[in-house]
Design a protein around this ligand. Structure first.
Ligand SMILES: [Zn+2]
Length: 304
């Protein structure tokens, strides 16, 4: 370390002064606890894509959720290699907001109205600005924000959902559907695989997690990104091990087949993805590795 004579003098001179300051201990900043960003925005062609952290949750006993069909030893080995604990798992709930330039479209709504409203506002929008809501599937952590204590959360929005998904839950005597979706069903457009929900945004059927589960391919000016929703719910236990059974996958074999098909396509075409339950900001790439895949979280690629 080299100091100029002048810097050395001022450094020396400042020491006794600092030591003599009264209440030096009071200058310590308070502890603030864990912090995590609530939104992340990137540009995709002429679109702006913002992932929103609408909530997080820690769960015990992850192998009661992921890798139900493998031994505890195998689960522990795969987890340890990925620096993951085996006694806890962190979930993220990540709706995506896309501004196409002519419409603001929200994909899924988190656990409740409060969480999604806060996340939308943290990203610089208001709930009233949202033009369209697209529901990937009708589990509670995706439809929970549709309705709140004050009724409809997104008062100016129209709604889109897959018809197979809507039909399944409408017949299922499901409390979540009755509370959150049924009041809006009249305003909801039902779509099929391959339908366009806006110019450049196409539904991709990926059933198994639920009967009508859908992802969405987003394309603007030749740039692509896929919202995979709950096709794969963990960066390691689902991507590296696509055949590991997941408690929340209603048809486990079909879910595994959908994972292999869609993740294989994303890897082959090098298309980035947003995974609803991936660690925030939930954007990354898929590479093939061994008999499965590897999740490569986005670093700066989408800033370029
Ligand atoms: Zn989910």
């Amino acid at each position: 370390m080299k100091l100029t004579r002048r810097a050395a003098l001022s450094l020396g001179a400042s020491l006794p002064l600092a030591a003599a300051l009264p209440h030096a201990a009071a200058a310590k900043a308070e502890m603030k606890g864990m912090d995590i960003a609530k939104s992340r925005r990137v540009e995709l062609g002429e679109f702006e894509v913002t992932t929103l952290l609408a909530g997080t949750a820690t769960r015990d006993e992850p192998q009661s959720i992921f890798g139900m069909n493998v031994s505890p030893e195998e689960f522990a080995k795969v987890s340890e290699e990925a620096f993951l604990p085996t006694d806890k798992v962190q979930f993220f709930f990540t709706p995506t907001l896309i501004n196409t330039g002519s419409e603001l479209i929200l994909f899924d709504t988190g656990l409740n109205a409060k969480g999604i409203t806060a996340a939308v506002e943290a990203a610089g929008y208001t709930a009233d600005q949202v033009d369209k809501i697209v529901i990937t599937h009708m589990h509670g952590d995706h439809i929970g924000g549709l309705m709140g204590e004050g009724g409809e959360t997104f008062k100016n929005a129209s709604y889109i959902a897959g018809s197979a998904e809507h039909n399944h839950w409408a017949k299922a005597d499901n409390d979540g559907f009755k509370a959150k979706v049924a009041p809006l069903s009249e305003k909801m457009s039902m779509i099929e695989d391959g339908a366009s929900v806006a110019s450049g945004i196409t539904a991709v059927s990926a059933p198994g997690h639920t009967p009508g589960h859908m992802g969405y391919m987003i394309e603007s000016n030749g740039a692509q990104l896929m919202l995979i929703a709950d096709l794969a719910n963990h960066p390691v236990w689902s991507l590296a091990k696509p055949d590991w059974e997941v408690r929340f996958d209603m048809d486990k074999a079909q879910a595994a087949a959908s994972r292999r098909k869609v993740l294989g396509m994303l890897a082959a075409d090098r298309v980035p993805m947003v995974g609803y339950h991936m660690p925030f900001p939930a954007m990354g790439y898929v590479a093939t590795k061994d008999d499965g895949f590897e999740y490569v979280p986005m670093s700066y690629q989408m800033m370029l």
